[in-house]
Design a protein around this ligand. Structure first.
Ligand code: GLY
Length: 577
């Protein structure tokens, strides 16, 4: 048995520059770590998650003959403890599953859902949008968590080991303690002012008024108790029982900014199977999560608009390659802002948006040789007469991604979140509650037109999460995804271009310095060789910003062997055998 670990240096950058590049967005806090240099190789199975303890829990399950779904459950339960700022039982997730036996792709929507008590003006005061953190912190932003039911649903469909066997590591770490990681400590320090507002959160992350530091041992008896209940009773206590009552009490009694989430909302929750959304690119099918996520649509639209351009000949350092990719992304974001929302509430022109003729037309707009001066939504074929106004959804980077291939040939890609770092900052039953409702548009109408992604009772907020499986000849070739708010979309699209057009291995892809464009400004990753693109991109007509860019790409390529890559900007680990 070989357990191969990875960690060290950046694409073309020295160690000092590397450490500078590892600083992350302010809301996450800065921390330093070394970075992986080469992909992990394995023959039978592989798992990549954002924390070594989560990867090891999943690896143990895979080694014992568990499926990718089993390993995901074990890993997610640990992530909720050791990377609590990013995902957990109080959040939601989207899962893409490739089934080796049937060859089918299934996508599961475990997205949080708005309570019955919300209205389209949920995030407005006096008719104007609230400030982002005013909306986030407290009960107003909390949707019904989907993750507990999603874990149970994945296990019921595809699990091979006993449910309770998947809890061993999480229960051990919760009861006996784990080491606070540098990234978790940095995130606590960066968010101490808001974590301090609620007693349960303060007592856990700021014991005695002092922020936890890296290397300290931390246990979570409340989480251990929740896990014991989950292991024996499944998800029912979260939706109809004791844990549901703890969640709704925390939301409704949040001082200053309570929410309406109640027991009826919890009871009404369900995980939804949705059709996978696939887009062709360079002879592959890029498949992922459809609405309410904009992930697969926007990744597919970005790639579709690039189909006619020879990015391989240009290479990653060519400003013109970055112009093409950046403007293809902007066009996709324009459509996303107008058309994408929960399909159970608004008709979404999914087929029209990925129609090859439509994307070829959008792609022709890139032929000008300079940055597009105007980027407007297109008119994809739409069997519904109503037009929407563009939404206003301020999204921030948090979230976590899990990629797994098991010994049976199944593949799983799951992006999991509580939205902002530490979500709503409210804690119940040992875990943080999400602030996913702030992924809705804060504005409800514009110029008399409704906004597709406005809040409504029972609706799911639009997401950017893009758990992806790239298929070729009916088999999975690449399993990937990333955190990063709405930058998830360009992170994932660039990673696919890096692998398919620029022949990068999965670790080069995960380490590639970022250059991303969503709404017009070209964001280049500070402290990396991407900075060299600043001058040429300005000459092409872009406004350029150098920033810390906080991805967490976790990728597995499936070929003769399995190769895994973990993003050097986080603490992730690929393990395979
Ligand atoms: N809250 C992150 C996302 O769903 O895109």
């Amino acid at each position: 048995m070989r357990a191969l670990l990875i960690l060290l240096a950046f694409w073309g950058a020295g160690a000092a520059a590397q450490q500078a590049a590892d600083a992350v967005a302010p809301e996450q806090g800065a921390f330093e770590r070394s970075a992986p240099t080469a992909p992990v190789e394995a023959e039978d199975w592989m798992i990549v998650t954002a924390h070594p303890l989560a990867s090891r829990a999943g690896a143990r399950v895979l080694r014992e003959g568990g499926s990718a779904a089993d390993a995901m459950v074990a890993a997610q339960l640990v992530l909720g403890l050791v990377e609590p700022q990013s995902s957990g039982l109080g959040g939601g997730a989207f899962l893409v599953w490739y089934d080796a036996r049937s060859g089918a792709l299934t996508t599961l929507d475990g997205r949080e859902t708005a309570p019955q008590g919300v209205s389209p003006t949920l995030f407005q005061q006096g008719g104007a949008p609230m400030g982002f953190f005013e909306a986030v912190v407290g009960g107003r932003s909390v949707g019904v968590p989907g993750t507990p039911m999603l874990l149970a649903e994945a296990h019921a469909r595809w699990g091979r080991l006993d449910w309770a066997d998947l809890f061993t590591e999480a229960q051990d770490h919760a009861a006996n303690g784990f080491e606070v990681s540098p990234r978790m400590a940095a995130s606590i320090a960066a968010n101490a002012d808001t974590l301090d507002r609620f007693p349960a959160t303060r007592d856990y992350f700021l014991p005695g008024g002092r922020a936890l530091t890296a290397g300290e041992r931390l246990s979570n008896p409340d989480y251990a108790e929740t896990l014991a209940l989950f292991a024996t009773e499944g998800p029912a206590p979260f939706y109809t029982g004791e844990i549901a009552r703890k969640i709704t009490r925390a939301v409704q009694s949040a001082p200053g900014n309570p929410g309406t989430l109640g027991l009826l909302d919890m009871i009404l929750y369900s995980v939804k199977e949705r059709p996978a959304v696939c887009a062709p690119y360079r002879g592959h099918g890029v498949c992922g999560m459809g609405p309410p996520s904009s992930g697969a649509l926007a990744v597919g639209q970005t790639l579709g608009a690039l189909a006619a351009y020879d990015l391989a000949a240009l290479g990653p350092d060519a400003p013109d390659a970055r112009r093409l990719i950046g403007d293809a992304s902007r066009l996709a974001f324009a459509d996303r802002g107008r058309y994408v929302a929960d399909p159970d509430f608004v008709p979404v022109p999914t087929e029209g948006m990925l129609d090859p003729a439509y994307l070829a037309e959008r792609g022709k707009l890139l032929d000008e040789g300079r940055a597009l001066e105007t980027v407007a939504p297109g008119r994809p074929e739409f069997d519904h007469a109503l037009l929407w106004a563009d939404g206003l959804s301020p999204e921030r980077a948090s979230t976590s991604h899990i990629s797994i291939v098991d010994g049976y040939g199944n593949a799983l890609s799951m992006t999991t979140t509580i939205e902002n770092a530490f979500g709503s900052r409210l804690m119940a039953a040992g875990f943080l509650l999400n602030n996913e409702l702030t992924d809705f548009s804060f504005a409800s109408h514009e110029d008399g037109l409704p906004i597709a992604n406005a809040p409504a009772p029972g609706k799911r907020p639009r997401s950017s999460m893009a758990p992806t499986i790239v298929m070729k000849d009916g088999a999975p070739r690449l399993v990937l995804g990333s955190p990063g708010g709405s930058r998830i979309i360009p992170y994932v699209a660039n990673a696919i271009v890096g692998h398919l057009d620029w022949s990068m291995d999965v670790q080069e892809v995960a380490s590639m310095p970022h250059a991303v464009n969503r709404f017009g400004t070209y964001d280049l990753e500070a402290g990396t060789r991407a900075e060299a693109l600043a001058g040429p991109l300005r000459d092409l007509g872009y406004e350029v910003e150098l920033r810390d860019l906080n991805s967490g790409l976790h990728i597995i390529a499936i070929g003769e062997t399995l190769t895994g890559g973990a993003d050097p900007r986080r603490e992730g680990l690929a393990i395979g055998d």
